[in-house]
Design a protein around this ligand. Structure first.
Ligand SMILES: NC(=O)c1ccc[n+]([C@@H]2O[C@H](COP(=O)([O-])OP(=O)(O)OC[C@H]3O[C@@H](n4cnc5c(N)ncnc54)[C@H](OP(=O)(O)O)[C@@H]3O)[C@@H](O)[C@H]2O)c1
Length: 308
């Protein structure tokens, strides 16, 4: 496994994270097996959110962990707050952040989170309230590190005006199919392609500049959640290239798709969402691969992008 130390954040954490969004589909025994497999593969970082299965992902994990013999202090637990699909609103109020964090701790059966992220911007967010909530959570020892998710540079700047804790993670969508955070740099003000549209105000370089570790979510998905592009008939050129490089490095195609994200010099984490132990083993093979500069470009172009 490849590890990183996050500046002002957790140390020696795995570059591959197990994302637990799909864990509600597992029984508690299956969830325990998934956690054990992760740790055997060198994964020590687990991502949750209050909205995954409306809390069921955290409950399943909290029930499963004691069955594994893995100690709480040997792994990192992260969760995200703010999304309420039950009431159809996003909420970053102080009251909601504090209440949601208490509920997370109770479901995960732990007394602290290694990291708490704000999941997606609440259109009514007040950074002063967020600062108060983070102060309380830090002071009580309930949360050790803070971050954001799906958030732009200006939103982070506004938060930083009031929040005194370093924001050390930003969770963003990135895969060979959904590579917008990378694409726009090639085309800037060119009018001939939508690839020039700056959809996030330069969040990739902003995060690098401010030591915010990007956590790439849905690293294998087509679109939002349309399934995995590996072995998908709509991506023949990409699958051919994944297979060719997979053969060169002696790893499965999925490993090459994940290695493409790991190769980026921003040193991102990848949040893998599989709930199949064999698929997770394939994904972790990515950490044995160091793609060359040119291979990174070959994959990018095979995914349907083009150079100006
Ligand atoms: N911050 C945000 O807004 C946000 C949004 C979405 C997700 N996330 C985080 O990111 C994590 C990953 O998201 P995701 O689940 O969409 O990511 P993903 O890893 O791109 O997709 C996993 C899905 O692809 C399927 N799949 C099919 N073939 C596969 C193969 N050969 N190898 C691996 N998977 C294969 C998996 O099925 P099997 O289980 O059968 O392998 C699973 O259903 C989530 O768990 C969550 O923690 C964050």
């Amino acid at each position: 496994m490849k590890m990183i130390d996050v500046k002002n954040g957790p140390q020696n954490i795995s570059r591959i994270v197990l994302g637990c969004m799909r864990m509600p589909a597992l029984s508690t025994e299956e969830a325990a097996k998934m956690i054990e497999t992760s740790v055997e593969l060198g994964i020590n970082y687990f991502d949750h959110a209050t909205c995954y299965g409306a809390g069921d992902a955290e409950t399943r994990f909290g029930d499963a962990l004691p069955m594994t013999g893995i100690k709480r202090e040997d792994i990192y637990l992260q969760s995200k707050v703010g999304l309420h699909f039950d009431t159809m609103e996003f909420n970053w109020s102080k009251e909601d952040i504090l209440k949601s964090t208490d509920e997370i701790l109770s479901r995960l059966k732990t007394d602290y989170l290694d990291a708490l992220l704000l999941h997606r911007p609440d259109l009514l967010y007040d950074p002063e309230e967020i600062a108060e909530a983070f102060d309380e959570l830090e002071k009580s020892g309930k949360v050790r590190h803070f971050g954001i998710s799906n958030t732009t540079p200006m939103q982070i700047e506004l938060l930083k005006k009031y929040v005194k804790q370093p924001l050390v993670f930003n969770q963003l969508q990135l895969s060979l199919d959904q590579s917008q955070i990378i694409d726009q740099a090639l085309y800037l003000n060119n009018k001939t392609t939508d690839m020039s549209i700056d959809r996030d105000n330069g969040i990739l370089d902003y995060c690098r500049l401010h030591d915010i570790t990007i956590q790439a979510w849905s690293p294998l998905q087509i679109g939002m959640f349309k399934g995995c592009f590996v072995d998908h008939p709509d991506f023949p050129e990409l699958n051919e290239k994944l297979a060719e490089l997979g053969e060169k490095y002696g790893v499965p195609k999925t490993a090459i798709a994940i290695a493409w994200i790991l190769r980026h010099p921003a040193k991102m984490q990848v949040i893998a969402g599989t709930m199949n132990p064999d698929h997770l083993k394939d994904i972790c093979e990515a950490t044995k691969v160091d793609l060359t500069h040119n291979e990174w470009y070959q994959l990018y172009l095979a995914s349907g992008k083009f150079l100006p």
